[in-house]
Design a protein around this ligand. Structure first.
Ligand SMILES: Cc1cc2nc3c(=O)[nH]c(=O)nc-3n(C[C@H](O)[C@H](O)[C@H](O)COP(=O)(O)O)c2cc1C
Length: 192
């Protein structure tokens, strides 16, 4: 994840379109494809995003770097696309009962699409960061961009050419290695 960008280096629209093209090739349950992407690419649009979503306690150093990103993509998940898709004859869940979904595949699939944008950005020499929209700012975000209640912003992605960056302090936690997370043949409790 990159949290500081070269504000003087715009991203070619064709490049953003290429990344969005990767996103729509993500896998999705029942091929429901219950995702939309809000693309903000003008300085006014990007400024409106920060005006709507910024909370007062966010660190200035984080915000300053993130605000330099010339492009923001907001992946939106669409639960009803899944409930409707799975009510079709080949699936048959006509009750549209959300309890049938032990995990929200609409959010998962939109997350998978987001990862393709992040990976594509690396391939293209860009930087990107997936980050959360504070829940108390979601309504303001919806109002600013006319996003209907049926769509959930699962986060947002800044996009641009990377500038010198400070890595996340969270990285001090260290990566959980394969042997710490893989349970071979049977669940095993481990201290790590
Ligand atoms: C669901 C999700 C939410 C995240 N939210 C934030 C965030 O709000 N702010 C931020 O700076 N980074 C956020 N990150 C980035 C993580 O901090 C980052 O992926 C992690 O520290 C590992 O660093 P790396 O991706 O550069 O390897 C988020 C990542 C994910 C997957």
């Amino acid at each position: 994840m990159v949290r500081n960008y070269d504000a003087d280096r715009p991203v070619a629209p064709e490049l953003v379109d290429k990344l969005l093209g990767y996103a729509v090739h993500a896998p999705s349950a029942g091929f429901s494809q219950g995702w939309d992407f809000l693309h903000l690419g003008t300085p006014e649009e990007v400024e409106s995003f920060w005006a709507a979503t910024t909370v007062t306690d966010v660190p200035t150093s984080w915000l300053d770097g993130m605000r330099r990103a010339p492009v923001i993509i907001v992946p939106l998940s669409h639960r009803d696309a899944y409930l409707n898709r799975y009510a079709e004859p080949d699936k048959g869940w006509t009750d549209r009962d959300e309890a049938r979904w032990p995990v929200p595949y609409w959010d998962i699939d939109t997350g998978m699409a987001s990862l393709l944008i992040l990976l594509g950005a690396v391939d293209e020499g860009l930087g990107a960061c997936f980050f959360g929209i504070p829940p108390e700012r979601t309504d303001a975000f919806r109002t600013a961009f006319g996003v209907p209640a049926s769509r959930t912003p699962i986060g947002a992605i800044t996009l641009g050419y990377p500038a010198p960056d400070r890595r996340s302090a969270s990285l001090k936690r260290g990566r959980r290695e394969v042997e710490a997370v893989v349970h071979r043949g049977r669940w095993s409790d481990r201290p790590r």
